[in-house]
Design a protein around this ligand. Structure first.
Ligand SMILES: *[C@@H]1O[C@H](CO)[C@@H](O)[C@H](O)[C@H]1NC(C)=O
Ligand SMILES: *[C@@H]1O[C@H](CO)[C@@H](O)[C@H](O)[C@H]1NC(C)=O
Ligand SMILES: *[C@@H]1O[C@H](CO)[C@@H](O)[C@H](O)[C@H]1NC(C)=O
Ligand SMILES: *[C@@H]1O[C@H](CO)[C@@H](O)[C@H](O)[C@H]1NC(C)=O
Ligand SMILES: *[C@@H]1O[C@H](CO)[C@@H](O)[C@H](O)[C@H]1NC(C)=O
Length: 552
């Protein structure tokens, strides 16, 4: 089966080098083709004995025709690897631990009467989840009673659901009763509705910042509403407060029964077809690509379309797409994710669930991924129309379903570093280090454009090397690196037996590249471009090359 990739690959040759290369390559490949013609006369069917001719495979990968098209031979099998592709090898030595220490006073003893904290969260489901977690900790810092947070119903995500439509509010209140006093509604004052004093706190406000900014208002007005609340508490906190974050995130926030049941139903439907599955959270929406300023080789049509969307953000300055790629800030295409997975050992019979919004380029963009993994599932293939109709107008509920199916997966992979990816990455560490693959985009992007001139073995071995430290293994990220929700180090404990064993050897942390772990939504500062990468500059986007996948 041969699948033509989108004509979206850039290719970086210098003009001069290319001019010299093309005749040379055509001459060599011409000669080789002749040789093959001769060989095939004496050889049986070419399809089933490729493995007998390693020479042929290597050469076929080097075929480049005179307009720069080439073939990339991709195996249908992920090959034999020395690792279990469904499990992290050292995960059994670690466990999630979020119980409070003995010093942590019960809520009842510290909650001041007449101090009410009201929170209005902001953003999509997972950004709001961050806000809910930090709201509980903020109330604890202020010794205040928390009112069940109000969800953002007006943002871009437009969803009229309130907290108790998404999360089990009674469970939330009772599960945290020893930590923070939580009530459903602000009491009335003198028989009338009480409007709290409204204010905002800066992002990543420290406990001292809450005491300085919020406490005086709380003492004066007795009820304060913090608006636009998401990541509003500092990353670093004392251990007991970090553990409280984990109790909220991993134990107190439970989706309502209808959402959880629907999620489990989808998971069950995949599991009846396959023991294991991969979940891919794919972000490749037009607006996301436009925002990132990345270029995917679609020529003037793509530049025009994405450029028009990009104008929506008036404050965005010009970005250099090549630089974004080099810095690992461009989301991988569906095809690139598929190739990475095959290189990491996943066969074409593996079932994959894809959680995504609108994909730029639609089916055409998804086709190579579907060719690599024909057992392709999504909400639309797993749920009936009636089931979907019931919730499709609620974006938060749709997001919750994807959250559940991705969370339950054996292997989770993303092509982005957004809020859902971070939230799930941390959660999967807490619950036994379930494999979570984050593409090392900075290095992979040097590899992808050149795949047409290397063998599968070389390509795959490079992918595996680059992905070390990006697979969700324990201790892969240094404690304190990344956002707490992504790397909840205070809530991960080591088995004492394992500790002894590990202490005898050197402790190594995976290499972490600050840039690749940055949120892809954070567009870089081009003024800092040092311009010393002239070799690659401009070259990436100068030429488009078709690389046709051919399976063997
Ligand atoms: C945490 O506390 C619960 C009871 O509240 C207990 O069952 C559990 O074993 C504790 N976990 C750890 C790791 O101490
Ligand atoms: C409890 O507090 C005491 C004194 O403040 C401190 O020495 C001890 O380390 C704390 N214990 C824990 C488990 O945090
Ligand atoms: C909250 O209560 C604790 C324990 O009584 C106290 O140490 C702390 O200063 C109080 N904080 C605020 C902001 O009231
Ligand atoms: C949340 O919305 C539901 C309807 O979707 C409603 O029945 C319930 O009263 C609302 N709760 C709050 C606290 O507003
Ligand atoms: C593949 O091509 C790229 C540029 O197009 C070049 O830099 C690289 O060295 C080539 N690799 C091989 C194995 O020929």
């Amino acid at each position: 089966m041969a699948v033509t990739a989108l004509p979206r690959r850039r290719h970086y040759h210098h003009h001069g080098r290319l001019r010299l290369l093309i005749p040379a390559i055509s001459a060599v490949s011409g000669a080789l083709l002749l040789l093959f013609a001769l060989i095939s006369l004496v050889a049986p069917s070419p399809a089933d004995n490729d493995h007998l001719h390693p020479l042929r495979r290597r050469v076929v990968n080097n075929v480049v025709d005179d307009i720069g098209n080439s073939e990339f031979r991709v195996p249908t099998s992920g090959g034999k690897l020395d690792r279990d592709i469904w499990r992290s090898s050292r995960s059994k030595f670690y466990y999630g631990c979020s119980n409070a220490s003995q010093n942590f006073t019960e809520a009842e003893a510290i909650t001041h009467p007449n101090r009410y904290l009201v929170i209005a969260t902001s953003g999509g489901l997972n950004q709001q989840r961050t806000g809910i977690i930090d709201a509980v900790v903020a109330a604890r810092i202020l010794n205040a009673t928390l009112v069940v947070p109000k969800l953002d119903q007006k943002s871009f995500w437009k969803d009229a659901s309130n907290f108790s439509d998404i999360f089990d509010a009674d469970w939330f209140i009772s599960r945290l009763s020893k930590d923070v006093k939580i009530i459903k509604e602000l009491p009335r004052r003198a028989g009338k509705i009480w409007f709290p004093y409204r204010m905002r706190v800066p992002r990543k406000c420290s406990p001292r910042c809450y005491q300085n900014r919020v406490l005086p208002n709380l003492l004066k007005k007795h009820a304060v509403q913090l608006s636009k609340f998401d990541y509003r508490l500092s990353n670093k906190l004392e251990t007991d407060l970090q553990k409280l974050r984990c109790r909220v995130n991993y134990h107190a926030l439970k989706f309502t029964d209808p959402i959880a049941e629907m999620g489990e139903k989808l998971v069950h439907r995949i599991r009846t077809r396959s023991k294991h599955y991969i979940a891919l959270h794919l972000r490749f929406e037009p607006d996301m690509l436009a925002f990132s300023g990345c270029y995917y080789g679609g020529g003037d049509k793509e530049r025009k379309e994405l450029g028009a969307i990009r104008k929506r953000w008036k404050t965005l300055h010009h970005v250099n797409p090549d630089k974004g790629r080099r810095q690992g800030r461009c989301p991988l295409t569906p095809e690139e994710v598929g190739l990475m997975l095959r290189a990491l050992g996943y066969n074409n019979d593996v079932h994959i669930y894809v959680a995504s919004g609108e994909v730029y380029g639609g089916e055409e963009t998804l086709a190579p991924l579907k060719a690599l993994f024909p057992n392709f599932h999504s909400k639309d293939t797993l749920a009936s129309k009636q089931e979907l109709d019931a919730i499709s107008s609620f974006s938060a509920r749709m997001a919750a379903l994807d959250f559940i199916v991705c969370d339950e997966s054996d292997v989770f992979v993303t092509n982005n570093n957004g809020n859902m990816a971070k939230m799930l990455a941390g959660r999967r560490r807490y619950y036994g280090h379930k494999p979570t693959i984050r593409p090392n985009a900075k290095n992979l992007f040097r590899l992808f454009p050149n795949r047409g001139n290397m063998t599968w073995e070389v390509f795959a071995s490079n992918v595996r090397t680059y992905q070390r430290g990006f697979m969700g293994e324990p201790m892969e990220v240094k404690p304190g690196r990344g956002e707490f929700h992504e790397n909840p180090h205070s809530c991960i404990c080591e088995d004492s037996e394992a500790k002894k064993k590990l202490e005898s050897g050197p402790r190594k942390f995976g290499k972490v590249n600050g840039v690749t772990r940055k949120d892809v939504w954070e567009v870089g500062d081009d003024q800092n471009d040092d311009g010393n990468d002239n070799e690659e500059q401009g070259g990436l986007t100068q030429m488009m090359k078709r690389i046709k996948m051919v399976f063997y």
